[in-house]
Write a protein that binds this ligand. Structure first.
Ligand SMILES: Nc1ncnc2c1ncn2[C@@H]1O[C@H](COP(=O)(O)OP(=O)(O)OP(=O)(O)O)[C@@H](O)[C@H]1O
Ligand SMILES: [Mg+2]
Length: 157
């Protein structure tokens, strides 16, 4: 991920702190921050939408709802994801056209709907989670690439 030109070029990256068995993102977030990238992390709101605040090092994370770690910095508003040059999103599975299966909150469907068409949106998956087809509805937002351990980054769509 760190060698991806779009990630090297990005001044602002929207990412997330992985939880449970998700592919771990803490090392990536730390490395981005260390090299001077402005990293936005989500704050889960009561209605399931996502607010955003900046990552300012490991000590800037605090426990949030549902076992999540959240940024403690000032919240920038749900629209601040529009300032990201690249968006890294979680997913349980993605299909070849980029349709993604989340955890059922619709949080990323709302957040990704605000992201402009030229922004690279990417899901981090394990091998086997890029599948032939995922069930999707009209509200579901696709991602434009996936990162897989054994295949690196693939563009979709
Ligand atoms: N743009 C939206 N505005 C309001 N509610 C939405 C929106 N998109 C999705 N939702 C709500 O979220 C619910 C769950 O959506 P879905 O099952 O696709 O979640 P998901 O994609 O698994 O979750 P996530 O997007 O957080 O990864 C939908 O049934 C809908 O009620
Ligand atoms: Mg969805």
């Amino acid at each position: 991920m760190l060698g991806l030109p779009e990630l090297e070029m990005a001044g602002t990256v929207a990412a997330y702190v992985s939880v449970g068995t998700e592919p771990a993102t803490q090392g990536l977030i730390f490395a981005l921050w260390k090299r001077g990238t402005y990293v936005l992390l989500p704050v889960l709101l009561a209605d399931g939408d996502l607010d955003w605040a900046s990552y300012e090092g490991p000590d800037s994370l605090v426990p949030g709802p549902r076992g999540l770690l959240e940024p403690s910095e000032r919240r920038r508003g749900v629209m601040s994801i529009t300032s990201a040059d690249l968006v890294i999103a979680p997913a349980l599975a993605v299909d070849g056209t980029g349709r993604r299966l989340g955890r059922g909150g619709g949080s990323y469907d709302r957040a990704l709907a605000r992201v402009g068409p030229a922004v690279l949106t990417m899901a981090l998956l394990y091998d086997g989670e890029l599948v032939d087809e995922v069930p999707a509805g009209d509200h579901d937002q696709a991602v434009r690439a996936v990162a897989l351990p054994s295949h690196g980054i693939s563009r979709l769509g």
